[in-house]
Design a protein. Structure first.
Lengths: 370, 287
């Protein structure tokens, strides 16, 4: 409102001033973002057309090979294996972590003493770095390590969890689930707390048991949260690098059957000094991720998320502020925390939505104008 | 919405948290064990000797032995890497917070189409993870002579941290009432003055969230330092842990001690983190 009046009063100087302020505030971040995030992706697309060792300029010191790098990548059996492992990891992460996370969230959403502490502790693996997780687990999973020692105490024969190609990928799946499930659980709990208590009460009045309530109320209403988490999980799986590289190293990963697209990229690009080829692999990973993300967005997220987000935004935005007003200044700090929590929750939804959609930025620009 | 009807009910319930069903405790206990035991194994393993570990890989320290920890603490390597990690993480954190605040202010408070374009652009960054950009990023930084320098890690980490931070910050800044800005304007406060005097103090919780997230992400970062640092005196702790464990592969106890010590700062940060985010996200909603 006030902007309109002020700009009427002194239009020219104010507009110039605003432009100046916007420039000062946004240019540094824009330069960083375009320079270090957007530009490298385009550089990869350019380098991908060359056979190049990384010194000098590709068009001087390298050879233009057109789409040859891409032909080699797509016909290379070890890339196909890596792609297979990556897709396997992406699917199995959903299959393993999803149901478990919902069950754990149901458990930790019960009211009981000590629940806060437990919620904190299950988040520990998520906060500890990949290097530490990798180092720790690879020590424990050695043939003479702690895991096999515990199994021996129960009279079981241990196996070589890491080097045996039949088992290694399942070992990796276990470590991934262990590391990332805490995040899924916290998201699910947040989703469950957004479900109105009245629904359960009504169901109880109608005589529905605990599991029936979860099946008919929690699960359907948790849908948006589940789909959102699944999206994040898929994107993460497609980029998986650290854990595999730390536990299996660059060469063992392919013989143990745990190589991923990213470890393939590093091995064939950086370590083999083939920067042109490595860049082409990066482009392939990017395109695969993009296609999967966009189709997920189109076929899974789009159907219901828009409505859910709008509803969520309207509801949760007003709640904490109203509460604050009712209870007065003494609770203001609590209200701020609630607001923060709400924002985080909303943000998570928005992140997914925007992230997925932003890839189709031109489309979106049109949408905004309309 | 439902809060008005739910509130009195919620108060009655939360007045006294009930003891749960025994099965709830048993299951939760198992869950916590699965999550925590591997981490405890690393910490406790550092208190054992190698012969203890060889004899019984899954045993407890007996007797307790602080020698491994003392050796690591006395070595210069650990402290150098700790300082390197601190420089990189704090640098990243400060950069992300400042730049994200500035851009989010434009997006949230200047009603311009440009703001929407900015928001779309930055949120697209979620789709550009560092894995995809790493090879050309390495070449770019080499051309800028930023290999083996902390700045070479900080700058890209800031850039890659911005999308998430902006997505978190914008709603915070949008929730500052417009009346406040009008009042400030009436009192002769310029827009930038409003930013410095009102927005910065009011956006505390949001700033804390993005600061902690970017600090922990940078503290744990592996791929970028792996590509950029060849000089082991510049190593950050994740690289240091990896180098240490390959150099001392026969000295398991020492590796475990080194690994546990490198966890401490992230775990300290995590205690703040869980209050702000785990507690906030999951617990505070029902007050």
């Amino acid at each position: 409102m006030s902007e309109a009046t002020t700009s009427n009063a002194r239009p020219r100087s104010d507009r110039a001033r605003r432009r100046f302020e916007v420039g000062v505030l946004s240019v540094p971040a824009l330069v960083m973002f375009i320079g270090f995030v957007i530009l490298p992706v385009f550089m990869a697309a350019y380098y991908g057309f060359y056979k190049w060792k990384g010194f000098g300029k590709p068009n001087v010191n390298g050879t233009f090979v057109g789409l040859d790098n891409y032909r080699v990548i797509l016909t290379d059996p070890s890339f196909q294996q890596a792609l297979g492992h990556t897709l396997f990891i992406a699917v199995m992460s959903l299959v393993i972590q999803g149901p478990l996370a919902i069950l754990f969230a149901l458990l930790l959403n019960q009211k009981f003493k000590g629940r806060g502490l437990i919620r904190t502790l299950i988040f520990v693996p998520y906060v500890v770095s990949e290097v530490i997780v990798g180092t720790g687990w690879s020590l424990m999973l050695q043939p003479t390590g702690a895991v096999n020692a515990v199994l021996a105490k129960f009279g079981l024969h241990g196996v070589d969890w890491i080097a045996n190609p039949k088992i290694a990928i399942w070992t990796l799946m276990f470590i991934i689930s262990w590391k990332y499930i805490g995040f899924a659980v916290i998201l699910m709990i947040a989703g469950m707390q957004a479900i109105p208590e009245e629904l359960y009460e009504a169901a109880r009045v109608d005589g529905a048991g605990f599991w029936r309530q979860q099946w008919s109320i929690t699960l359907p209403l948790l849908g948006p949260t589940i789909r959102m988490w699944a999206f994040m999980s898929i994107i993460g799986s497609l980029q998986l690098f650290d854990l595999v590289y730390i536990i299996w190293g660059q060469y063992v990963a392919s013989t143990a059957g745990t190589s991923t697209m990213a470890t393939y990229m590093v091995r064939e690009g950086r370590l083999a000094n083939n920067y042109g080829y490595g860049s082409a692999v990066a482009v392939v990973i990017f395109v695969i991720s993009l296609v999967i993300a966009l189709s997920y967005q189109k076929f899974v997220l789009n159907r219901d998320l828009d409505g859910a987000v709008e509803g969520n935004r309207g509801g949760s935005g007003s709640k904490p502020r109203r509460k604050a007003r009712i209870r007065g200044a003494a609770v203001e700090r609590t209200a701020a925390a609630v607001e923060a929590a709400d924002t985080m929750e909303r943000t998570a939804v928005e992140t997914i939505r925007k992230g997925a959609r932003a890839a189709a930025a031109p489309l979106m620009a049109k949408e905004l104008e309309a | 919405m439902s809060s008005a009807t739910k509130d009195p009910y919620a108060l009655k319930r939360s007045a006294k948290t009930p003891w749960g069903h025994p099965i709830v405790y048993v299951l939760s206990f198992i869950l916590v064990l699965i999550c925590v035991v591997p981490v405890l194994y690393i910490i406790l393993g550092g208190f054992r000797t190698n012969s203890q570990i060889t004899q019984d890989p899954a045993g407890l320290p007996n007797p307790w032995n602080v020698g491994n920890y003392l050796t690591v603490i006395a070595s210069g390597t650990f402290w150098t890497e700790l300082v390197n990690s601190l420089i990189v993480s704090v640098g990243t954190m400060v950069g992300v917070v400042i730049l994200a605040l500035m851009v989010s202010f434009v997006i949230a408070r200047y009603r311009m189409r440009f703001g929407k374009v900015l928001y779309t652009l930055f949120s697209a960054g979620i789709m550009f993870p560092i894995t995809v950009a790493i090879t050309p990023l390495y070449l770019l930084l080499r051309n800028l002579h930023l290999i083996n320098s902390q700045l070479g890690i900080i700058l890209p980490q800031i850039a890659f941290g911005l999308p998430q931070a902006i997505i978190i910050m914008v709603p915070f800044l949008q929730s500052i009432p417009m009346e406040l800005e009008e009042a400030a304007e009436l009192d002769g406060c310029s827009r930038l003055g409003f930013f410095v005097r009102m927005v910065l103090p009011l956006s505390g919780p949001g700033v804390a969230t993005i600061a902690i997230l970017s600090f922990v992400a940078s503290w744990n970062a592996y791929m970028l330092p792996l590509f950029l640092l060849n000089d082991s005196t510049k190593y950050t702790l994740p690289l240091g842990v990896q180098m240490f464990s390959s150099q001392h592969s026969v000295d398991t106890a020492q590796v475990l001690a080194f690994t546990s010590l490198s966890m401490i700062p992230a775990l300290i940060c995590f205690t703040i983190f869980q209050k702000k985010i785990v507690g906030g996200l999951a617990g505070a909603v029902k007050g």
